[in-house]
Design a protein around this ligand. Structure first.
Ligand code: DQA
Length: 150
């Protein structure tokens, strides 16, 4: 099983960027936790891509379209990018939208709308780094079930 973990703009600064909002874990810490979890689940292959550029995120979605699933934190592009939404619509594998913060509870109302939600399997929002771990578990259980039923 192969799963892409895709992170959008400014997430490279995690751990330093508004840590009271986004937490003290760096993206590298989150990668370590996910790799550990992937091993515990029986050796899921993970690829990690982070970019501050919309087109690079779209390229990564295209390049992984024959993988088994995508965990995507589109960061601010969540709230603006019809192009990333179209990229997710263009592929057939499931994607889960994740956010460290509960975007619906944030004071900025522009964070309450997501262009990605309508084209993803679902959203995990508000659990800090645990959002990523939950999304990995959910994709694993879906793909494993589909493989069993195939
Ligand atoms: C975020 C929430 C977005 O609104 C914000 O632009 C981010 C991070 C989150 O993980 O909570 O950069 O996606």
């Amino acid at each position: 099983m192969r799963i892409l973990i895709l992170n959008g703009p400014n997430l490279n600064l995690l751990g330093h960027r508004e840590p009271d909002v986004y937490g003290y874990e760096t993206l590298a810490d989150i990668e370590t936790l996910l790799r550990q979890r992937a091993e515990d689940l029986g050796g899921i292959e993970l690829d990690f891509v982070q970019s501050n550029h919309e087109g690079e995120l779209i390229d990564a979605i295209h390049a992984h379209r024959d993988w088994d699933g995508i965990v995507i934190n589109g960061a601010a592009f969540t709230h603006s990018s019809t192009a990333i939404a179209d990229a997710l619509s263009s592929i057939t594998i499931p994607a889960i939208e994740v956010h460290l913060t509960n975007v619906h509870a944030r004071p900025e109302t522009w964070r309450h709308h997501s262009f990605l939600s309508p084209v993803t399997w679902g959203q995990v929002s508000g659990f800090g780094y645990r959002s990523y771990l939950a999304a990995l578990d959910l994709l694993y259980s879906r793909v494993a079930e589909e493989e069993q039923n195939a």
